[in-house]
Design a protein around this ligand. Sequence first.
Ligand code: FAD
Length: 395
Amino acid sequence: MDIAIAGAGIAGLAAASFLRRQGHRVVLYDQLDKPAPIGSGLIIQPTGQAVLSALGLSEALARRGARIDRLFGRAARSGRVALDVGFGGDAYGIGVHRAALFELLFCEALDAGVEFEPAHEVVGVHVGESATLEFSDGQRSPGFDLIVDALGLHSPLVEREDPFLDYGALWTNIPLTENMKMMPNTLEQRYEGARKTAGVMPIGVMANGPPLAAFFWSLRRDRFAQWQADGLDAWKEEVLALWPALEAHLAVIQNPEQLVFARYAHHTIQNPVGRRLVHIGDSWHAASPQLGQGANMALLDAYALAKSLSQTTDIDAALGAYKMLRQRHIWLYQTISQLFTPFYQSDSRLLPWLRDCIVTPVSQLPPIAAVLSSMVAGNLGLDPSAIKECACRPA
Ligand SMILES: Cc1cc2nc3c(=O)[nH]c(=O)nc-3n(C[C@H](O)[C@H](O)[C@H](O)COP(=O)(O)OP(=O)(O)OC[C@H]3O[C@@H](n4cnc5c(N)ncnc54)[C@H](O)[C@@H]3O)c2cc1C
């Protein structure tokens, strides 16, 4: 088939490589002149690792990323443990700089023979005997048998209400030095209620640079202007009051431009497939990164789409199979994310109290701890056939 993929993000690049390897002609469109990832670090869970392994990228990922064994958080005032989850068995996460992951996927797509068309901002799609993309300069693409919408959260090919949550976060990357005393191989956080969160996680290396950590600070989006007006020193005082051990980390941040404010969003579209059109990754479903699943979900979508298209030449049947393969897992994680996010990011006083005094102690009981590990690993409710050949271990 002739397949157009709109969006050279995590989902689009992975889908492009899989589909090209199956022998399809694949053209990848992105709005950027030069593809470039936005953001800081993310965690590749065992599910995402399995998909990257199917692309032959496991070793490269291990070289660039940093192993993460545990997610740990403490309420700053009471000292109570508010989050303590591992991955179960010998599983682990890999913290990686978004740009490093992007580079691996982009090189892999080009090597596979994917045609890349930069500087094409997609504004619409037309479907008839074939499907075409419409661009912001009024031009149209040639006709394709199938269009894959991997345009992410802001896809113009999806109708949705304002998906943004009240809270987002400031993010930056920090070179790690010996005087930064953190728990090894851990995404570590400190909280004040659910209104303030500081977090640090190792994300490996970029090129030949030093090991890096991603640092984030939770912030309501309507307080971002006030944060800018207050200035860096006032903010550093606030962070240090919450977590004094971050002094060396904060010393690296010398001006506000080093911090990028990321808005968090939550949305799921009911039907990810149409005639000659399919949505993958954040264009189908996006969630707050509290559970750290978005990139992994995008990779699983890409894999499931390629697998479904490899099993029949009937496009509608293949898209139906793709939806079946993914929808239960996505529904489950979207629901869990919606339930859990306010315990860690909201104005509620009750929820963080329940979190520290009841939910976290109960979650340490063995059967519940095992379910939580499976949830963090991305395996909960996953259709085993969705990644069977990837040798992942669904729960
Ligand atoms: C701060 C933050 C932290 C996160 N941490 C994690 C984590 O730890 N673990 C995890 O799994 N997930 C995490 N996520 C979520 C994860 O980043 C997303 O789920 C993932 O990037 C989705 O991939 P995607 O390919 O669907 O979309 P994207 O990665 O957003 O890619 C979309 C692509 O489409 C292009 N594009 C967009 N609009 C147009 C247009 N109109 N025309 C042409 N091109 C266009 C963009 O340039 C981009 O290349 C985090 C997200 C944020 C914001």
